[in-house]
Design a protein around this ligand. Structure first.
Ligand code: AMP
Length: 490
């Protein structure tokens, strides 16, 4: 009960709070008797977008079958579970949220029943006016069973009784919400894929023989041998019917786009193609631009695995230095582990990353990572590198300083916890204990990704929240930095 009250309080306090902070993947398949299996494999390929829990809802045209559980995709869906998810259409969801671990109610897809129909919905992104809409709905008697903003959309669809088709109901519902959403809605006879007016989160359409698939990332298509057809456009509501007929409604479109640039920097899988751009190539170019803007005199380039690897390759190639794995990642670390009673120095980082003394001993190294958020991980990494013999550590970041929280679906901490929001470059360098520190410029990011700043959302670097912010964004404050032992000039 107490936990419920806390959740409710968080939900009321605004989308800026953890309850509404989600990173997710969505997938939908229509037109194949193996639809649920395909969704399962799609979710498997997109596990990086959410590890808290997963779910699939399928339909055989008359009933809906659902399974949702906390855990990784491979644990959630055993073969007997998948066998129960019958029908030629299914929708799936991977969820990651910072809020609580036993958060079963928030697992998606959600299912709702009308008088004579049902639908399931899976959502990637965050709404910025969910709290206001939710309060309004609650005053009208709506009962919510989760703290997820997606449930707000569900209620709005169910209440669009003046509309005659599901597609129109979805459109009417979405005209009342603001924020980032890539959605897949499944009914007994159709699948609807939607991207918000600015297309913040990716969503692509593919084909597997006669069936259609939509997925957050194209890496899901590769695993299924699906052919990429096109991206769902910003503001598009695409309906695919059981007979394969398609139609689109663009009433949400505003002629703009604000694709999340952080998908290219950190979040998406490098083998995905987003907005016509190969993520791997973009990441390598980020590294190359970084080398041009922020060179360093050193012996070897060391990536922070995994997300820093392509940028480090680009950096090393551009600067003409070898790249070596000076940090080795353990790929089998789950999200939780039991810390030993006697404290082991830097245990939390070491369980995931270990310094490779062979590469580091006596060397001047350039460490390349994609971002600095709180600065606490890279501080521990640098300590480990020095402890394993690195003579100099030059830290290079393939993005600009992260100065703003994301309200559109990436899990970043509050403004107060973002080290670059409240501290100078020199303060950060001292805190992480690097010999030098260099970030990529905003211009460098757009040169690397290819495109202009008005095509993307880069609010986490620029503070330009093109979709607006939630009303309750009062998360200012200053985190006091605890500096390590002083190194030259701090
Ligand atoms: P820190 O040094 O504590 O700021 O952590 C930096 C690390 O966090 C980098 O290696 C990033 O790849 C990683 N990172 C960046 N954004 C996120 C995110 N939204 N969720 C989890 N890790 C992230």
């Amino acid at each position: 009960m107490e936990e419920f009250l806390v959740r409710r309080e968080r939900a009321r306090n605004g989308a800026a709070d953890d309850g509404f902070k989600e990173e997710c993947a969505v997938v939908g398949v229509l037109g194949d008797p193996e639809a649920a299996n395909f969704c399962y494999l799609g979710l498997y390929a997109m596990q990086h977008r959410g590890q808290e829990g997963a779910g699939i809802v399928s339909t055989d045209g008359s009933a809906m079958y659902a399974h949702r559980e906390l855990g990784l995709v491979s644990d959630v869906f055993r073969s007997e579970v998948l066998a129960r998810l019958e029908g030629r259409a299914a929708v799936g969801h991977n969820r990651y949220a910072t809020f609580g671990s036993k958060d079963w109610q928030n697992l998606q897809p959600f299912v709702a029943n009308f008088a004579d129909d049902s639908f399931a919905i899976a959502h990637n992104g965050n709404l910025i006016n969910a709290v206001e809409v939710r309060q309004e709905l609650e005053h009208k008697g709506a009962i919510f069973s989760s703290t997820s903003d997606t449930e707000v959309i569900l209620h709005l669809i169910a209440r669009a009784t003046a509309e005659t088709t599901l597609m129109k109901k979805v459109a009417a519902a979405l005209h009342q919400v603001r924020g980032a959403y890539s959605l897949v809605v499944l009914s007994h006879n159709s699948m609807i894929a939607v991207r918000d007016p600015f297309g913040v989160r990716p969503l692509s359409l593919g084909r597997i023989k006669d069936a259609y698939i939509v997925a957050s990332e194209t890496c899901a298509f590769d695993l299924l041998n699906a052919e990429f057809v096109r991206d769902i456009e910003p503001g598009e509501i695409l309906e695919i019917r059981q007979d394969g007929k398609m139609c689109s409604d663009y009433s949400l479109a505003c002629g703009k786009s604000a694709l999340c640039v952080f998908e290219f920097i950190y979040f998406a899988r490098p083998d995905s193609v987003i907005g016509g751009r190969q993520v791997y190539t973009a990441r390598k170019r980020l590294g190359a631009e970084l080398a041009i803007e922020q060179p360093a005199d050193a012996d070897v380039v060391v990536p922070v695995p995994d997300s820093g690897v392509p940028a480090a390759i680009g950096y090393a190639q551009q600067i003409g230095l070898p790249m070596e794995f000076g940090l080795i990642r353990n790929h089998y670390v789950g999200r939780t582990f039991i810390e030993p009673k006697q404290s082991i120095r830097d245990f939390g980082v070491k369980i995931k990353l270990n310094a490779n003394r062979n590469v580091l001993e006596g060397k001047r190294i350039i460490v390349v990572d994609d971002s600095i958020v709180r600065g606490t991980t890279c501080r521990k990494i640098i300590k480990m590198l020095r402890g394993s013999g690195a003579r100099e550590v030059h830290f290079r970041v393939s993005s600009p300083p992260t100065t703003g929280s994301c309200f559109y679906g990436i899990d970043t901490p509050s403004h107060a916890e973002l080290i670059a929001a409240t501290h100078s470059l020199e303060d950060i360098r001292c805190f992480i204990d690097a010999d030098t520190l260099g970030y990529l410029s905003r211009e460098g990011v757009f040169r690397a990704v290819g495109g202009s700043c008005d095509e993307f959302c880069d609010a986490c670097f620029s503070g330009e929240y093109r979709l607006g912010k939630p009303k309750n964004d009062a998360k200012a404050g200053v985190v006091k930095l605890n500096y390590p032992r002083q190194r030259g000039g701090c």
